[in-house]
Ligand binder design. Structure first.
Ligand code: HEC
Length: 163
């Protein structure tokens, strides 16, 4: 009797862990992140399967339009945290080592479409040159460069922004 109890308990615990993977966890992530303790170690959210064709097209568009400023792999300009002689910021990295992953999807799209706000920086506006789908392809490529940790943090931020 006693022994059975432990077997059942262990099975329950195991299945509780297993159910944490995949979609289930993706859905519970926002509520869990509300607690400060969970904030430091948010639950691991598996990345959605990359659409390789989309990422490849994004990489080509990036190389053609963005690499000249943001670097071949999105590594950004030197000293990108400091204003240059003209008082403007150099192009930041987009490969996960900067702060692009702090921005939810709608802000990333907005920045790429509209560029730096009126004369305040050197990021051009792309809304007349790239379609919405092309901008999303570039973002998909950018995100493919991000280390898991940056993607995880972005995921939480993006979830919160959608509420
Ligand atoms: C002429 C240089 C230049 C080109 C070309 C350029 N950018 Fe930028 N980009 C910048 C600069 C400079 C900033 C910093 C903005 C500021 O200081 O206002 C920036 C900022 C950004 C940001 C915000 C990053 C953050 O961490 O907040 C994103 C996203 C971005 N660029 C994406 C792109 C994409 C995608 C392309 C190509 C379609 C592109 N950029 C092309 C210069 C450039």
């Amino acid at each position: 009797m006693h022994r059975n109890y432990w077997v059942i308990l262990a099975t329950m615990l195991l299945s509780a862990c297993n159910s944490g993977g995949g979609q289930d966890q993706a859905q519970t992530a926002p509520t869990q992140s509300a607690a400060p303790a969970a904030e430091q170690a948010p639950p691991f959210v598996p990345r959605p399967k990359a659409d390789f064709a989309q990422v490849r097209r994004g990489g080509e568009l990036f190389e053609k339009n963005c690499a000249v400023c943001h670097g071949q792999k999105g590594e950004g300009g030197a000293n990108w945290r400091q204003r240059d002689a003209s008082g403007k910021f150099p192009p930041p990295p987009l490969n996960g080592t900067g702060h692009a992953w702090h921005h939810p999807m709608k802000i990333l799209r907005y920045v790429i479409k509209n560029g730096s706000p009126g004369g305040q920086g050197n990021m051009p506006a792309w809304k007349d040159k790239l379609s919405d789908a092309q901008i999303d392809e570039i973002i998909a490529w950018m995100q493919a460069q991000w280390p898991d940790q940056a993607y995880q943090a972005w995921y939480q931020i993006n979830q919160r922004a959608q509420k």
